[in-house]
Design a protein around this ligand. Structure first.
Ligand SMILES: *[C@@H]1O[C@H](CO)[C@@H](O)[C@H](O)[C@H]1NC(C)=O
Ligand SMILES: *[C@@H]1O[C@H](CO)[C@@H](O)[C@H](O)[C@H]1NC(C)=O
Ligand SMILES: *[C@@H]1O[C@H](CO)[C@@H](O)[C@H](O)[C@H]1NC(C)=O
Ligand SMILES: *[C@@H]1O[C@H](CO)[C@@H](O)[C@H](O)[C@H]1NC(C)=O
Ligand SMILES: *[C@@H]1O[C@H](CO)[C@@H](O)[C@H](O)[C@H]1NC(C)=O
Ligand SMILES: *[C@@H]1O[C@H](CO)[C@@H](O)[C@H](O)[C@H]1NC(C)=O
Ligand SMILES: *[C@@H]1O[C@H](CO)[C@@H](O)[C@H](O)[C@H]1NC(C)=O
Ligand SMILES: *[C@@H]1O[C@H](CO)[C@@H](O)[C@H](O)[C@H]1NC(C)=O
Ligand SMILES: *[C@@H]1O[C@H](CO)[C@@H](O)[C@H](O)[C@H]1NC(C)=O
Length: 479
């Protein structure tokens, strides 16, 4: 074999490497500029991703996935759970969002997520009484439609639904939270009856974020953390420990064999001192390698785990209530480009994901602070305004643009607002403090972005915000 033949053979083999069995991604859409669904669908296919988890069942998304063979988990948002307590409503929902796509060349729906982390402690019990009846009605409607063997209703739950007692904080002591024990008992019985899986979201990053004393190495998979020893089992990472706490809770409840899906797991790349490219790469390298060899966890060894990475692409309009990092979970940037080398085949090779092709951007124009501005007394108010309606989370402590000076901060904020407003001239005014420029305003590692040329997300809350900000922007010019 000639060298070049060998090379091209190796190259082909490299390209043909299948991704880790059971690997999927979460596709969220809370953005000011929605990447077109067709382009996302192409991005998934170009990277060999065969499973996707959605947060709704929007028609545009579903039609982009039709005929691709990608397996899809669709979802019912929490605010629709109460309505689904009525069986006829649930049945109609299933007809419109499930049965309708069940044809040759349709969408391969494998799961329906009923709610999203409905028992999160911070919801104060709001969905405690409506979640189980919604689950029951949705699965029963699926069963009635004759699709129960292939489509399972599940509930993506936050890992805060189970815990180990403080006096015995080990995975083997895992149990479901006392305040939702009754609901969990009903849910588990129903999952078991329908052969549906338990879905859990596990976030090592949040363990680290929430607790200054959390041992950093324990968030990763390299085995460099001091082990936690539980009945002779050595735990060196919080993912295993957390997963096995759930496995123990399930066993205690009488369902030791119930399959567990990891509905969300990932690492953000900006918006916190621990949210950066190096840590994200370290986390995903470790996670993908062990998924690739089907290592499982100490209590569920040698098994493949179905895992959905969170998330596919950055979402610049997500609530920052959990933290500034919330808008930076993507393994791709807002414009569909890979952030760091990541090998989905789990072979640990430093290769890049395939980025979105033929991306259409707005023109190369930026909005910055006019250097001739002398009266800066209104600067803070204007920056504040810009950051209320656009994403300034990269300016905060520990973030990529945190080293800008006050003027740089203002320019960054003005530009983000201007891009969010599709570079409309009137959005670069700020009481005379701002000016448009065709010179790339980026400073060092802080990228002043150009938005993609794509309409805003169809989400009504976002459109309202954009509308409101346009109005306010106009108003601000009158004064
Ligand atoms: C279900 O389908 C209807 C009709 O196509 C659509 O309006 C609705 O958004 C879908 N539901 C969800 C939760 O996406
Ligand atoms: C849908 O996915 C399942 C699970 O991988 C597979 O068995 C089935 O053949 C797929 N159905 C279609 C219509 O592609
Ligand atoms: C839950 O309760 C806390 C404290 O009373 C409150 O701050 C928070 O807004 C409540 N959250 C919801 C979703 O009701
Ligand atoms: C749920 O039901 C319980 C028992 O009936 C009741 O005490 C509680 O207030 C209900 N919670 C909500 C949010 O409606
Ligand atoms: C995308 O760009 C490639 C060249 O990079 C070109 O061959 C192809 O036709 C383009 N596709 C579309 C749909 O514009
Ligand atoms: C989406 O894909 C089409 C076809 O390749 C391309 O022409 C278009 O520019 C893409 N949209 C964006 C926002 O990149
Ligand atoms: C700033 O002021 C100088 C001197 O008056 C002028 O030449 C320049 O065009 C001004 N720049 C901007 C952006 O207004
Ligand atoms: C820039 O803005 C960020 C976020 O608002 C703030 O933390 C930082 O102190 C600001 N820097 C300066 C020099 O004003
Ligand atoms: C602007 O400059 C930054 C940093 O050099 C670069 O990453 C970015 O691609 C440039 N943007 C454009 C639109 O050229």
């Amino acid at each position: 074999m000639k060298v070049y033949q060998l090379l091209s053979w190796v190259l082909l083999m490299g390209l043909a490497l299948p991704i880790v069995e059971g690997l999927g991604v979460n596709w969220g859409t809370i953005s000011t500029h929605r990447f077109p669904p067709k382009n996302i669908s192409q991005l998934l296919q170009d990277n060999g991703i065969k499973k996707v988890k959605l947060f709704d069942a929007a028609e545009s998304t579903m039609s982009a996935l039709a005929g691709t063979g990608i397996e899809v988990m669709i979802a019912i948002p929490n605010d629709m759970l109460a309505a689904m307590n009525d069986y006829d409503t649930a049945k109609k929902w299933v007809q419109k969002n499930v049965t309708r796509y069940n044809f040759e060349g349709g969408v391969n729906i494998t799961y329906v997520a009923v709610g999203n982390e409905p028992f999160l402690k911070s919801y104060n019990g709001t969905f405690d009484n409506t979640t189980f009846p919604a689950l029951e009605n949705i699965q029963n409607a699926i069963n009635e439609a004759g699709l129960g063997n292939t489509i399972k209703a599940t509930i993506p739950l936050n890992a805060d639904v189970y815990e180990s007692p403080t006096n015995n904080p080990l995975p083997s002591a895992g149990q479901f939270r006392a305040d939702i024990m009754e609901q969990m008992t009903q849910i588990l019985r129903f999952f078991h009856k329908n052969a549906a899986p338990f879905t859990v979201n596990i976030y090592p990053f949040l363990s680290l974020y929430a607790n200054d004393n959390f041992p950093l190495d324990f968030a990763f998979f390299d085995g460099s953390a001091t082990p936690v020893i539980d009945n002779g089992i050595e735990y060196t990472n919080v993912f295993d420990a957390n997963f096995d706490t759930l496995a123990s809770a399930l066993k205690k409840a009488g369902y030791g064999d119930m399959p567990i899906i990891v509905g969300e797991v990932g690492w953000p790349t900006d918006g916190d001192k621990h949210a950066n490219l190096d840590y994200a790469k370290r986390f995903y390298d470790g996670l993908l390698k062990r998924l690739g060899i089907n290592q499982g966890t100490p209590l569920r060894p040698n098994t493949y785990i179905e895992v959905y990475l969170f998330g596919l692409i950055d979402e610049d309009a997500k609530s920052v209530a959990p933290g500034d990092f919330e808008r930076h979970w993507g393994i791709f940037t807002y414009d569909g480009q890979p952030k760091f080398p990541m090998d989905l085949s789990g072979q640990g090779e430093g290769k890049l994901l395939v980025g979105a092709k033929n991306v259409t951007y707005l023109p190369p124009k930026w909005c910055v602070l006019n250097p001739n501005s002398t009266d800066l007394s209104k600067l803070a108010d204007n920056v504040n305004f810009a950051c209320t309606y656009a994403d300034c989370t990269s300016l905060g402590y520990g973030s990529t643009c945190n080293n800008l000076d006050a003027n740089g901060n203002a320019s960054y904020a003005f530009n983000m607002y201007y891009q969010t407003q599709n570079q409309v001239e009137s959005s670069c005014y700020f009481q005379g403090l701002a000016m448009e420029t065709t010179q790339n305003a980026s400073q060092g590692s802080c990228n002043f972005i150009i938005q993609i040329n794509s309409p805003a997300s169809s989400s009504p809350t976002v459109s309202l915000v954009v509308l409101l900000s346009v109005l306010l922007g106009l108003l601000s010019q009158l004064f």
